[in-house]
Design a protein around this ligand. Structure first.
Ligand SMILES: NC(=O)c1ccc[n+]([C@@H]2O[C@H](COP(=O)([O-])OP(=O)(O)OC[C@H]3O[C@@H](n4cnc5c(N)ncnc54)[C@H](OP(=O)(O)O)[C@@H]3O)[C@@H](O)[C@H]2O)c1
Length: 331
């Protein structure tokens, strides 16, 4: 049975599994790819998934919008969208950008409300190579209180109009997250969250105590923590995970996998179950490109969470290992 968690002060009941749309493999010229994606979305919704994560800047966005426009149960879905402001080089937060991106998403996604606006404060004046690491924290955190106040203003207006449920911070770093959760405007944190990216674990109890949640992204770490791609020798030739930049991720996985070796089920299942184990994790967004992947993820939700001690054990193991920059997963 799918479990649901509360978001937006209990106004939204979100399925623990979200449908991530970033990797939808749809070629508009090829009906078979469209049908496959449609079947996957349908299977997810039939299985109880009611959250869709999308981003208007992804190449998959037109297909996402097209699939949703045709879906008879689109009115039951909750959407998470991303809004960036200030961007790397910008000096200020722009309420106009926030408002416009919400309005555009309402139209494009055929919905009356955006459940969660994932707010990314990349700037002010913070180049990409800094914004994704602690190097950018001092300037981003210094601007946070003022920006949070401005976000609060536009969020209050959009909430009152019934257009959004809540705003989440997309912090990029643990340091920024620690400061952002102090701000009332952010009801949740959206961050990468998997057995290979467990850095938000130390914040989870605090989030729960504040009545806030984590929305986890890429719980299979781009498909690395699946039986199709672990051990690494089993990867099909031509797969990007064979490139050098993934080597250290696989070293990390080799160190973490023994902690989970006694658990019943496939690595794919155990990785997903680990991600929904801490109750502060409201939902995890997985890219599911076909019905079989949806069925695996639904079965993992049925199998339920793991023992809570494994959440801290995995975090502790990864913390012992050399740090890995997020840029190694770009592209
Ligand atoms: N900046 C952002 O806001 C941002 C960034 C990253 C991710 N996200 C969100 O998070 C979602 C997930 O991210 P992600 O795609 O990077 O990582 P992920 O969900 O951890 O991994 C997805 C990949 O795992 C493989 N997979 C899925 N189910 C499987 C199964 N049952 N068995 C074996 N392999 C399976 C698929 O690869 P193959 O089909 O190729 O085998 C799939 O593309 C995205 O769709 C997006 O919504 C957001």
């Amino acid at each position: 049975m799918m479990e649901y968690a509360e978001l937006a002060d209990g106004e939204i009941s979100a399925s623990r599994l979200s449908f991530g749309t970033m990797r939808l493999d749809v070629d508009p010229e090829d009906a078979a790819t469209w049908n496959e994606a449609e079947r996957a979305l349908h299977a997810a919704i039939e299985g109880g998934v009611n959250v869709v994560h999308s981003n208007s800047s992804w190449p998959t966005y037109p297909a996402t919008c097209g699939l949703l426009a045709k879906h008879p149960r689109r009115g039951e879905l909750h959407h998470i969208i991303k809004v960036e402001s200030p961007d790397y080089d910008d000096a200020h937060f722009e309420p106009k950008v926030f408002r416009e991106q919400v309005e555009n998403a309402l139209r494009s996604l055929s919905t009356e409300r955006i459940a969660v606006v994932q707010h990314l404060q990349r700037g002010p004046h913070c180049p990409k190579e800094m914004a994704y690491s602690a190097a950018g924290d001092p300037r981003r955190i210094a601007a946070l209180p003022e920006i949070a106040e401005q976000v609060q203003e536009v969020a209050t207006e959009l909430k009152a109009a019934g257009k959004i449920g809540e705003v989440a911070t997309f912090p990029h770093t643990v340091g920024f997250a620690r400061s952002a959760i102090e701000e009332d405007v952010y009801g949740s944190v959206v961050h990468f969250y998997s057995i290979l990216e467990p850095e938000m674990v130390p914040l989870l109890d605090d989030l729960a105590a504040r009545g806030k949640s984590l929305i986890g992204l890429r719980p299979l770490t781009q498909g690395m923590t699946t039986d199709s791609r672990f051990p690494r020798q089993s990867i099909e030739p031509g797969d990007k995970r064979l490139s050098d930049r993934y080597a250290r991720w696989y070293e990390r996985l080799a160190a973490v996998a023994p902690l989970l070796a006694d658990q019943d089920g496939s690595l794919t299942s155990v990785a997903l179950r680990w991600a929904v184990t801490h109750p502060a994790v409201a939902t995890v967004a997985v890219s599911m490109n076909n019905v079989s992947q949806v069925e695996d993820a639904l079965a993992a939700m049925d199998a339920g969470p793991l023992d809570r001690s494994l959440v801290t054990a995995v975090h502790a193991k990864v913390a012992e290992l050399p740090p890995l920059g997020k840029e190694t997963l770009f592209g």
